[in-house]
Write a protein that binds this ligand. Structure first.
Ligand code: URA
Length: 197
């Protein structure tokens, strides 16, 4: 990574750590910025931190995170070669959905992260991320697994790992979506697998 990108990442991380742009800033323990390879072609976007993430400052470290790691391994990916973040960077109390005004206050961080990562594929984890990044009123039950291309980036959405923990019936269709993501990674950024050997 060049020095200018490194400085931009650091400045963004610091702004996020001290952000008070919405009410979530008052109740968080730690803001949860993102994790992984900062120039990965594959970006995963969840909803917002849960309790464990709030305590540790890292995305997807709780039960949903364990399942996400298994989902990544089906795509032959790991936390070291993709980037993972959320729509909102601070925990909504009681794990409720982030409110529209909280999403609006926070989405600038995600937009700047996307500009720095420059991904070729963006995988939305769940309805909230898909509603922000793909289409308002996205219907995850009907539209999951579909691909759209916009400005050189391929987007899809799959069920959120927390939804898959609650509802096992969604897992077979998610498995097919994960295979489709693996195929798309092979097609769009084959170097990612080649680098792994
Ligand atoms: N759920 C999310 O959407 N993001 C996390 O980081 C953890 C759980």
């Amino acid at each position: 990574m060049n020095a200018r990108d490194a400085a931009a990442w650091e400045a963004l991380r610091q702004r996020c750590a001290s952000c008070q742009a919405c009410a979530l800033g008052r109740t968080r323990t730690k803001s949860v910025f993102g994790v992984g390879r900062q120039d990965s072609p594959v970006l995963f976007v969840g909803e917002g931190p849960g309790q464990q993430e709030d305590l540790q400052g890292e995305p997807f470290v709780g039960a949903a995170g364990k399942l996400l790691d298994e989902m990544l391994s089906i795509i032959d990916l790991g936390r070291d070669n993709c980037y993972i973040t959320n729509i909102v960077k601070c925990r909504p109390p009681g794990n409720r959905d982030p409110r529209e005004e909280e999403q609006a206050a926070c989405v600038g961080f995600l937009r700047e992260q996307i500009a720095l990562v420059r991904p070729r594929l963006i995988i939305c984890l769940g309805r909230i991320a898909a509603g922000v990044l793909i289409e308002k009123d996205y219907r995850i039950t009907r539209q999951h697994g579909q691909w759209i291309e916009r400005d050189g980036i391929w987007y899809t959405a799959i069920y959120h790992p927390s939804a898959l923990l609650r509802d096992l019936r969604r897992r077979p269709e998610t498995f097919l979506d994960l295979l489709s993501i693996r195929d798309k990674v092979r097609e769009v950024c084959p170097e990612l697998y080649a680098q792994r050997g």
